[in-house]
Design a protein around this ligand. Structure first.
Ligand code: PEP
Ligand code: MN
Length: 337
């Protein structure tokens, strides 16, 4: 519920209403504005109704939040949110490029890839230490050792790093070594993990599940935000459809939809979205055009030896070309690279 107070309502009076909302076990929101204060009450609509706020003398009007997700919704938060990964703002004027290998494989591979993407102008690093693989026989990642290497790559390049967390019990360890968490497609509805990440204040890149609707994605983000962590970045990475020509179908329709319905930043992963190296650059440009705030790209120092996702990874030269080719698209979209 959105509660718009009369211009005459004081801060003290607003706090009294917040107290009433809280006493019923609802989550209150306080949004002071230049002309009037807006409050929010999140929770069971029947409990909210029992407050009879529509007849409160300081309340101008109340409007229900119609979407099933509340904190994620633009109804409650009309302005775009900017989420910082380390010192890098995602969701502002700059189009953000997060690049690196699918997995941290060894020190030399991670550090040399990190150095290469930095030189080409990437803003953040990626690299998985915990790899949720479809097959139990595939490389599962280096675990904590991988996190240490990733942190060394950050120290060497100054680029903040994003890495996947696959279970609630690893959240504290991952938070210690990385600037942002990634929740992978296979874990988008791991609600215990989302709840745990909601208790952190580190940013979370939440990837769309391969069989999840956009609404499912927005509700998964609501799990994180309802625990208090407002630093959520959504990521479109393609979905499974009847089309088998590419690994996934990169649903770029979701970007303008998300932008219309949510204030959260949203990025595109054209590497997993296509699964084919040659299609990564065209779809990265399409991501700029459809209004995404950035891209997540797999780059490997030597893709043919990669332990995972080599077929969709760019080599450093291809990444350099992509960064050059992206610039006019980013400028045409009124943004900076
Ligand atoms: C990844 O980023 O390497 C990854 C596993 O992605 P997704 O969860 O989108 O498949
Ligand atoms: Mn990958």
């Amino acid at each position: 519920m959105i509660i718009i107070l009369k211009p005459s309502a004081t801060k003290k009076e607003a706090k009294e209403i917040i107290g009433q909302i809280e006493s019923l076990g609802l989550k209150p929101l306080f949004m002071p504005g230049t002309e009037r204060t807006v409050l929010g009450a999140i929770g069971d609509e029947r409990v909210i109704a029992s407050l009879h706020l529509e007849s409160h003398p300081l309340v101008e009007r109340i409007t229900p939040i119609l979407t099933p997700y509340k904190l994620v919704s633009r109804e409650l938060h009309p302005k775009n949110s900017v989420v910082k990964i380390g010192s890098v703002p995602v969701g502002g004027k700059r189009f953000i490029v997060i690049a690196g290998p699918c997995a941290v494989e060894n020190r030399e591979q991670m550090l040399s890839t990190a150095q290469a993407v930095k030189e080409s102008g990437a803003h953040c690093l990626r690299g998985g230490a915990y790899k949720p693989r479809s097959s139990p026989y595939s490389f599962q990642g280096l675990g904590v050792k991988g996190l240490h290497i990733l942190n060394d790559a950050t120290e060497k390049t100054g680029l903040p790093a994003v890495t996947e967390v696959v279970e609630a019990g690893d959240v504290a360890t991952v938070a210690r070594w990385a600037a942002a968490f990634q929740v992978g497609a296979r874990n988008m509805q791991n609600f215990r993990l989302l709840t745990k990440l909601g208790q952190s204040r580190k940013p979370v890149i939440l990837k769309r599940g391969m069989a999840a609707s956009v609404e499912d994605l927005l509700l998964a983000a609501e799990y994180i935000m309802s625990e208090g962590n407002q630093n959520v970045i959504l990521c479109e990475r393609g979905i499974r459809t009847f089309e088998t020509a590419t690994r996934n179908t990169l649903d770029l329709n979701s970007i303008p939809y998300i932008k219309q319905h949510s204030h959260l930043p949203v990025i595109v992963d054209p590497s997993h979205g296509t699964g084919v190296r040659d299609y990564v650059a065209p779809m990265a440009k399409a991501a700029v055009a459809c209004g995404a705030d950035g891209i997540l790209i797999e780059v490997h120092i030597d893709p043919k030896t990669a332990l995972s996702d080599g077929h969709q990874s760019l080599n450093p030269e291809q990444f350099t070309v992509l960064m050059k080719e992206l610039r006019p698209f980013v400028e045409a979209a009124g943004r900076k690279l």
